[in-house]
Design a protein around this ligand. Sequence first.
Ligand code: NAI
Length: 326
Amino acid sequence: MDIAFFGTKPYDKLWFEPLSKEYSCHIHFIEAKMNSDTVVLAEGSNAVCIFVNDYVTAEVAQRLSSMGIKLILLRCAGFNNVDLSATKELGITVLRVPSYSPAAVAEFSMAAILAVNRQLHRAYNRSRDFNMSINGLMGRDMNCKTAGVIGTGKIGQCMIDIFNGFHMKVLAYDVYPNENLDAVYVPLDELFEKSDFISLHCPLTKDTYHIINGNSIARMRPGVIISNTSRGSLIDSNALLDGLKEGKIGGVALDVYEEEEGIFYEDVSGKIIQDDVLSRLSTFPNVLITSHMGFFTREAMQAIAIETLENAFAYENGMKLINIVQ
Ligand code: NAI
């Protein structure tokens, strides 16, 4: 099988190339992201492989289909970047990697919450300059505080365990509660009202779009710290800006951002950033922005590479497709 890999970086090659022989496939690594201008690069391949900021719109799906490409391999868990009604209509199979290392993302969310709460990013910069003053760097104990976890799937469950390890009271919200977890399920508004720290772990759907908005922020505790390692559009960025400017929000860790495409994963340090909201967000001392890297551990990369190529192998050999997205 010839697979056109879109949006690839050196680390993709590092993990996928050694495995390609084992799975009898040839990988064509393409740096460009998948979109209507670049889809032409898939010509001659049997399948395409994409990541979180590669978009398969109805037009892209149509173009893939007309090239005879009937398989899209997502080397990630989320699939909000694929127009599934279009792929379904065109008979294109979409396979994903539903779970690779939930712990990687939950651990990252906690690392970011700790950094924001204890202002490690600021302390690091100060001490590099031998400014050893700790004025303005005071944080809060997490022990005995209340954490809110929205979305209690694979990553949310790890997050609950981590918060419990910090001896926190853990509140949870999910449309499908799992009563076996060491957390108390509450209505969403109650979670907003009672949580000192909120970590988002639900997928982006039409129901979760801007789940953090002006109304939810108004309900939150003053000084709340919010972490989003899920998808950018779970948060209304303008409402977040207002909450930060008012001093209502104590800190934010953003591993994802609603307009991240074209900026995240790229070195745009020499360019003029046109996104005024992102630019403003990056000016707050209590906002930590990272580039959608919650997943980025050796263990996760290895698991992603194996599962993606297992998916391709299963499709090629008419085996049962366990990771199909419908
Ligand atoms: P999962 O599918 O195991 O869990 C998602 C949970 O969200 C489920 O329990 C589901 O019932 C719940 N949910 C669905 N709709 C909801 C709603 N309206 N309100 C509340 N809960 C709702 O997914 P997993 O593996 O835990 O991943 C969660 C998200 O993390 C993914 O959708 C993806 O967007 C993001 N992610 C981010 C990564 C990063 O590098 N920053 C890496 C991997 C995933």
